[in-house]
Design a protein around this ligand. Structure first.
Ligand code: PXP
Length: 247
């Protein structure tokens, strides 16, 4: 299918629950394998500097244990670069990271001085890893990401997902413009952060988005009805929106 929309399942918060008690339960690699069985096209995991959820060992086991591509979310630090180059995941998504934040609170500021990111993009790309930059849906950020040579951008759609109806429409328009601009620039476009059954449709309907990365909501829903049912419902919402848009 030409404009197939991939579902990347982010398993960070399985590790959050595991880490609440130490030990090995629930195991994020087991969750990743189940997600794969239920149709995940990609597994996404963020190895944070403070290791608050995913651990180094999780990354090692994911590389060995899953058959779909691994998308490693990472800050642009030498430590993370070494880890990525050692494990060679299919993709690396460069994200901004602050220790004090609860989650990734915004995109990378590539336009406002992202030149220090260039060596990371180059080293990862040279080793065959597909690099994406997690940025706000902002045209200047897209231009800057393209100038740095990243083939992929992931749009941070948190402002849209978290906003109320009136501002939601405005935020969605920004995403639409950014998606079109990414297409014009020849960038592969992904989106993620805060997506739910309610918010995924309008984003999935944008036909040139290739991948959505969804974590917190899916893992949360899995508590109530299981991972399979949560993923099926999300997949259906994505597919319905996309097929309606292309009809
Ligand atoms: N994409 C990126 C780059 C992220 O940093 C995150 C959060 O870790 C996600 C997608 C998934 O966001 P959420 O957990 O809100 O679905």
């Amino acid at each position: 299918m030409d404009n197939f929309l991939r579902l990347g399942v982010n398993i960070d918060h399985v590790a959050t629950i595991r880490n609440a008690r130490g030990g090995d339960h629930p195991n994020p690699v087991r969750a990743a394998k189940m997600a794969e069985k239920f149709g995940a096209d990609v597994i996404t995991a963020h190895l944070r500097e403070d290791r608050r959820h995913i651990s180094d060992l999780d990354i090692e086991r994911l590389i060995e244990g899953i058959n779909v591509p691994l998308n490693l979310e990472m800050a642009a630090t030498d430590e993370m670069l070494d880890i990525a180059l050692r494990h060679k995941p299919h993709a690396a998504c460069i994200v901004p990271e602050k220790r004090e934040e609860q989650t990734t609170e915004g995109g990378l500021d590539v336009a406002g001085g992202g030149n220090h990111l260039k060596p990371y993009v180059d080293r990862l790309s040279d080793s065959g890893i597909r690099v994406s930059m997690f940025i706000e849906p902002d045209l200047a950020q897209l231009d800057a990401a393209q100038k740095l040579g990243a083939p992929v951008v992931e749009l941070h759609v948190g402002a849209y997902c978290d906003s109320r109806q009136v501002t939601r429409t405005r935020e969605l328009e920004k995403i639409e413009k950014a998606v079109l601009h990414a297409y014009d620039l020849g960038l592969e476009c992904h989106a993620g952060h805060g997506l739910t059954y309610d918010t995924v449709g309008p984003v999935a309907a944008m036909g040139t988005i290739a991948e959505l990365n969804i974590g917190h909501f899916l893992i949360g829903e899995a508590i109530f009805g299981g991972l399979e049912s949560a993923m099926m419902r999300m997949r259906a919402a994505m597919d319905n929106a996309r097929s309606k848009a292309s009809a």
